[in-house]
Design a binder for this molecule. Structure first.
Ligand code: ATP
Length: 515
């Protein structure tokens, strides 16, 4: 069995297009960079992922409520949040390729290459020493590994210092001193580093004199902060409590590559948890544990996740980490968990002149709550699921198959109904079963092509079960049900199918593990 993990993104991109998961946007006009559309199976998978997140937040926690705030917000929102002044990326151009890069990403990629060399060294030793291998000890003593660790540490510290102090010349000097070349032209002919704001803007209002500059939100979180008191007043929630939201966000990203990993229009699933000051670190730890467990339950492999604690904290945070996933292009941020202090509420209170404090009746005290945020990109989660479940397999009969080992409860189609052929009474019986199942499960009916080809097609979109109706079914009211992963088949009575599918594909299987 071979997994895409070690291979490249290209296979995922072409599989996504061929099987109706993700299409490039506006393709007939040559596409729009970093914008994508979701196809028939993509939208089902996306909806299932949203449902998993939403239910795990809002339905399983009596102290978390959902909202759906608008994309457009008063521009003062972004003044107060710091996005107008500080939501910038440091950019650098290569004069030969005419390509533009994020300076920090060029340096991070360089660090990634050293990290790879370190891993290679460890892998070599692992092979050599087999069971006797002690990775920790090896890393502490191998001169080569120590050299790599030291190098990584030094560059990371410099990078963080320059980013924090907005030292653009420092970033350029670091790129030059590390000998970083343009991946396209191969040259070191770099321009100076400049800052670039990532927010999209447009005008609101119909008359020229009456037009206001307005931004497309770069994160959904601010809609939660601005509704903080509305939610408290309408729901009588007491601290600690959370507000969750799923919605679109927009960023004019510079490096518009890596498929749906970095998009200009994307979807976030964010939850702000309001707590009393000084209790935030305890809640930060708690949410770190809860969120990593949520990911592990998806069963894509625990070793594909790791935490990355931030040294270079954003202006609003007093602690922050990423949950990274091992994507086809390496470990990258999938979700951010941030302790945002009272930065946002305080800033909005100041700029709006409206009181945003919470009144603690028990202690007869008003204060601004502190906030722990969990923020995950739905599209990145989608890519994690797709790349984590893409499998190419050689079968015993010498043939190959590609299948998506998507966790059953979030698979786009749960069951396919396949009459052995399209004649006699088989399609009638199959349609009867299809009608019996479609109300409860996303079900597909298919009578075209050979049964083998139809199985392969369902494998390629990750359908957990295929039900085949043959001549015997007409006599016995029993059908064959085939499992996607094991390819094992068993006979099952038609009146038992619903229960069988419910037991194997319900979202409750995942939610129960969180409860
Ligand atoms: P990165 O460092 O990769 O640019 P970020 O730290 O700016 O990400 P956050 O502002 O913390 O990201 O956003 C929260 C989450 O939103 C991220 O963990 C990611 O899953 C998602 N996200 C952010 N930017 C994008 C994007 N351009 N395309 C898709 N998802 C994104």
């Amino acid at each position: 069995m071979f997994n895409i993990q070690d291979n490249n993104l290209k296979k995922i991109i072409s599989h996504s297009k061929e099987y109706g998961f993700v299409f490039p946007s506006s393709e007939i006009y040559d596409g729009l960079s970093a914008i994508y559309d979701y196809g028939p199976y993509g939208v089902e998978l996306k909806n299932n992922l949203k449902e998993y997140w939403w239910k795990s937040m809002v339905q399983l926690n009596d102290n978390i409520l959902g909202i759906d705030s608008s994309i457009f917000m008063h521009s003062n929102t972004w003044k107060a949040s710091g996005h107008i002044d500080a939501f910038n990326d440091p950019l650098i151009d290569n004069r030969d390729s005419k390509k533009r890069y994020r300076a920090d990403v060029l340096i991070e990629d360089h660090i990634g290459r050293i990290e790879k060399k370190k891993q290679k060294e460890i892998l070599k030793a692992k092979k050599r020493f087999k069971e006797d291998f002690d990775e920790k000890k090896f890393c502490e003593t191998s001169p080569r590994v120590l050299k790599y660790i030291e190098e990584i540490e030094k560059i990371s510290t410099q990078l963080n210092d320059y980013l924090k102090s907005k030292n653009l010349n420092g970033l350029k000097d670091l790129i030059i001193s590390l000998g970083i070349t343009d991946p396209i032209s191969g040259t070191k002919n770099w321009t100076d580093v400049r800052q670039f704001n990532l927010m999209f803007s447009t005008d609101m209002g119909s008359v020229d004199s009456n037009k206001n500059l307005i931004y497309l939100r770069p994160e959904t979180a601010q809609g939660i902060f601005l509704n903080f008191l509305n939610v408290i007043n309408s729901s009588r929630m007491r601290i600690p409590f959370g507000i969750a939201q799923i919605g679109k966000a927009f960023r004019n990203e510079i490096i518009a590559r890596q498929f749906i990993f970095r998009m200009r229009e994307f979807e976030q699933m964010e939850m702000q948890f309001f707590v009393s000051p000084k209790s935030e670190m305890e809640w930060y730890k708690k949410w770190k544990n809860t969120r990593i467990k949520w990911h592990h339950i998806l069963n894509l492999g625990r070793d594909r996740y790791r935490f990355h604690d931030h040294k270079n904290l954003a202006h609003y945070a007093n602690a922050a980490c990423d949950i990274e996933f091992n994507f086809p292009m390496g470990y990258k941020e999938l979700e951010g968990i941030h302790s945002r202090t009272d930065f946002d509420l305080k800033a909005h209170q100041k700029l709006s002149g409206k009181k945003l404090t919470y009144f603690d009746q028990k202690n007869n005290k008003a204060f601004l709550p502190y906030v722990i945020e969990t923020s995950i990109g739905l599209d990145r989660l989608f890519l994690a699921v797709l790349s984590g479940s893409y499998i190419e397999e050689s079968l015993n009969d010498g043939s190959n198959r590609v299948y998506l080992k998507i966790p059953f409860p979030i698979a786009p189609i749960k069951v396919a109904i396949l009459p052995l052929n399209a004649k006699d009474k088989l399609p009638d019986k199959a349609k009867e079963i299809y009608n019996q199942l479609k109300i409860q499960f996303s079900t597909q009916y298919d009578e075209k092509d050979s049964i083998g080809k139809r199985y392969r097609r369902q494998d390629a979109i990750g359908t957990p079960f295929c039900i085949t109706i043959d001549y015997e079914s007409l006599e016995t009211n029993k059908v064959t049900i085939r499992n996607r992963d094991s390819m094992q088949q068993e006979r099952i009575s038609v009146d038992k199918i619903n229960k069988y599918l419910e037991n194997n594909t319900s979202l409750n299987i995942l939610l129960n593990q969180l409860n």
